[in-house]
Design a protein around this ligand. Structure first.
Ligand code: SKM
Length: 279
C-alpha cells in the first residue's frame, strides 16, 4: 500500500545517530514509504518535562512509533499504556509503538545485545560475568545476560547505590544470582567474561572502566560502545589474547527489532549491517 510510516527518535544530542539511516534504507529496500525523524530536545530547546506532551503529540500527529534514547528511557514509562515483559523487567523503554489507540513500550536493547552475543560469542563461558555500569544500558544487558544463562553476575558502578539497586531488582527476577561487588579487581579476577556498559571508552570519556592489567587471555570482554568501533578496553583485551565483542552488533540489532515492531516486516540483518556502515 501507499502508506507512509513515520517514526521519530526522541532524545538529546542525537544528531549523529545512525538509526534513522538504518531504518530508512531498510524500508527503501523493502519498498515501504518511511520517514525517520530526529526529535532532539537539545535542538528543539525543550525541557525534559515536555517528554509526555511530545509522546502525546507524536501519536496525534500520526507517527507510527518512536525510538527513545538518553535521557528519556525511564521517563517515558508513566505515559505509556502497556509495557512488554522485557521492558518491564529492564525498567526502560527504547521503542514506543502506537497501535490501536494504545502506546506500547518495548525494549530492544537487551535483545540487540543478546543477538549480537549469540552470533559472535558461541561457546563463551557464562559461569561468572562482571558487568561495569548499572545505568539504563546496564539494565538491558544484565537482563539479557541472565536470560542467556549466566550463572553469577557481578554488577559494578562508580555509584554503588545504582549497582545495588540494579542487582537487587535483577536478583529478584533471577533468584539472587545477581550481586554487587565492591572490589573491581576481585570481580574481574573471578569473572569468565567482562562487559562494559559505562560510557568510559567513548571519545568524551577516555580510558578503561577497570585496570586492564587484570585481564588474562582466557577471559572474554564485551563493550557496548560502538564509537569508536574498538574501545581502549577492547584493544587492550585483544592484545592480551581475549576474545572480544564490540558494540556495533547491539547498535544494529536494536534497530532490527525496532523496525520489525514498527512495520510488522522482517528486517534483513546483513542488509541492516550494511546500512549501518552507510548511514
Ligand atoms: O536504544 C537505542 C535507540 O533505539 C537508538 C539509539 C540511537 O540511535 O542513538 C540509541 C539507543 O539508545
Amino acid at each position: 500500500d501507499s502508506e507512509n510510516v513515520v517514526i521519530g527518535l526522541v532524545g538529546r544530542g542525537i544528531q549523529s545517530s545512525r538509526t534513522p539511516g538504518m531504518h530508512e534504507r531498510e524500508a527503501r529496500r523493502l519498498g515501504i514509504g518511511y520517514s525517520y525523524l530526529l526529535l532532539d530536545f537539545d535542538r528543539l530547546g525543550f525541557p525534559d518535562a515536555a517528554i509526555g506532551d511530545l509522546i502525546a503529540a507524536a501519536e496525534i500527529a500520526g507517527f507510527h512509533g518512536l525510538n527513545v534514547t538518553h535521557p528519556f528511557k525511564q521517563a517515558v514509562i508513566p505515559v505509556l499504556d502497556v509495557l512488554s515483559p522485557e521492558a518491564r523487567a529492564i525498567g526502560a523503554v527504547n521503542t514506543v509503538v502506537f497501535a490501536g489507540g494504545r502506546k506500547e513500550g518495548h525494549n530492544t536493547d537487551g535483545w540487540g545485545f543478546a543477538e549480537s552475543f549469540r552470533e559472535a560469542m558461541t561457546g563463551a563461558s557464562m559461569g561468572c560475568v562482571a558487568m561495569f555500569g548499572a545505568g539504563g544500558a546496564g539494565a538491558a544487558v544484565a537482563n539479557a545476560l541472565m536470560e542467556m544463562g549466566v550463572g553469577r553476575l557481578f554488577v559494578l558502578d562508580s555509584q554503588p547505590g545504582r549497582a545495588s539497586d540494579l542487582a537487587s531488582r535483577m536478583g529478584a527476577l533471577f533468584g539472587g544470582r545477581v550481586e554487587t561487588w565492591p572490589d573491581p579487581a576481585a570481580a574481574v579476577r573471578m569473572a569468565d567474561g567482562i562487559v562494559n556498559t559505562t560510557p568510559v571508552g567513548m571519545a568524551k570519556y577516555p580510558g578503561t572502566p577497570f585496570d586492564t592489567a587484570l585481564l588474562t587471555a582466557e577471559k572474554w570482554v564485551a563493550d557496548i560502545i560502538y564509537f569508536p568501533t574498538e574501545t581502549e578496553l577492547l584493544v587492550a583485551a585483544r592484545t592480551i589474547g581475549c576474545r572480544t565483542l564490540p558494540g556495533i552488533g547491539m547498535a544494529i540489532y536494536q534497530a532490527v527489532r525496532a523496525f520489525e515492531l514498527f512495520t510488522g516486516r522482517k528486517a534483513d540483518r546483513r542488509a541492516m549491517a550494511d546500512h549501518f556502515e552507510a548511514a
